[in-house]
Design a protein. Structure first.
Lengths: 178, 178
DNA sequence: AACGGGCATTAACCCAGGTTAACAATGAAT
DNA sequence: ATTCATTGTTAACCTGGGTTAATGCCCGTT
């Protein structure tokens, strides 16, 4: 009855174990990398770098979560973001094409994939809502409330770049509202 | 070979035809509405209203696209946004639970659902990127470039609220950059 | 023709956040 | 212990966008 057991089985059967040290890069913006990465231990950050050099953090990926560049996979284009280890991390790597093939053959697996994609879409909609409707201060408060397990594993600067403000601005927000 | 034909078939077989006039509401934030709506003709807007009364537009939904509140469906909670017709619209309405049931029974349909969810996730990631990394002016330019077919069907105020700025600010941006 | 409502523009004022820079604190490397 | 790099704080100044309000335009209604 546990969810996603077919996906988990696929990962353990076909996934390739990989280790990364703190600060080590998994892939870079522009690379062609059609894999999904499942985090067994550790912490990753996915981030964009603009043409002017500004870094913006798309997401943090902790144990039990997976990530990969949909753009690279679906559009056969380069990755739209970079992926780096914030802590020493154990990953399971799987070619996305393999997942697609297997899901086309196995209905239970396809159902697991639907669950994963639904969860992803909802997470992204949530974030869209926060940028659209909330102030930087409100986004900060929500982050504290919803990801308390992350706050002592990331720097304040990275939290700022995840929230869409500069590190200086986040320092001011903290002072302002405790 | 055409994509999503199973989903299309399901819609025509089980979908209920509904007509809405301009300005008519399909559902409201907080309502319990577990349907997905496929737009045959017309144009919808999905929007949040904050506790202070500020309206923020989540998305415009034109012919050939579908929408529904994932939050209402997956979490059995109220809709997180409101849906209204910007033009007289013909919709096909389907209980999401029906889609879930049928997808659990039909593997080809499940594959169609995966395609839809992938496309949705990528659209939302794109929007996340724009809010995270681009200025209001850059978001405006991109909107012009990527949705030219919409600009003469929506008001400038609605475009502003979609881009995350006030109508006054968008008027200034237009003046600034042509 | 006259009225009234929504929409876009513009101006004036204010504020949150960006930018730059100085400074302190921490911590890893020699 | 010293050095160097990274991080966080604070200050000064600037700018983009929010707010409010006035004005004019367009359009649909009567």
């Amino acid at each position: 009855m546990n969810t996603d057991n077919h996906l988990a089985k696929l990962l353990t059967m076909y996934g390739q174990q990989q280790s990364f040290q703190r600060h080590e890069s998994i892939f870079c913006q522009g690379d062609d990398d059609g894999h999904i990465y499942f985090v067994q231990t550790g912490l990753l950050k996915a981030y964009y770098v603009s043409s002017e050099g500004k870094e913006s953090i798309k997401s943090f990926v902790a144990e039990g979560n997976m990530i990969g560049s949909l753009n690279s996979v679906v559009n056969q284009a380069g990755c739209s973001f970079s992926l780096v280890a914030l802590e020493a991390s154990q990953l399971l790597r799987l070619p996305f094409s393999l997942l697609v093939d297997k899901a086309a053959q196995s209905h239970p697996l396809a159902n697991d994939v639907i669950q994963q994609l639904l969860a992803l879409a909802m997470k992204k909609e949530q974030r869209e809502f926060e940028f659209l409707s909330l102030s930087a201060e409100q986004r900060y408060q929500r982050f504290l409330a919803q990801a308390p397990q992350l706050i002592d594993r990331i720097t304040q600067s990275d939290m700022a770049r995840y929230l869409g403000v500069t590190p200086v601005a986040l320092s001011r927000i903290k002072k302002r509202c405790g």
